[in-house]
Design a protein around this ligand. Structure first.
Ligand SMILES: [Zn+2]
Length: 61
């Protein structure tokens, strides 16, 4: 079992090694900080929310 392999980020779809894993879903470091710095008024905010909702739903289930 290779545990150190790069995972596919669920936001940008790229394979990265640096990032966080939430409920088996991987978010790369750059996407994570981008989400954190994205304001609600930003046009990209709904995109991030849609991507993350599937995680939160499972996380709070
Ligand atoms: Zn990413």
């Amino acid at each position: 079992m290779e545990q150190d392999e790069a995972k596919a980020c669920i936001v940008c779809g790229e394979r990265k090694q640096e990032g966080i894993t939430v409920v088996n879903e991987f978010i790369c470091h750059s996407c994570e900080s981008e989400i954190v710095h994205t304001k609600v008024e930003d046009e990209r905010y709904p995109f991030f929310v849609r991507r993350l909702r599937q995680i939160w739903v499972r996380f709070h289930a």
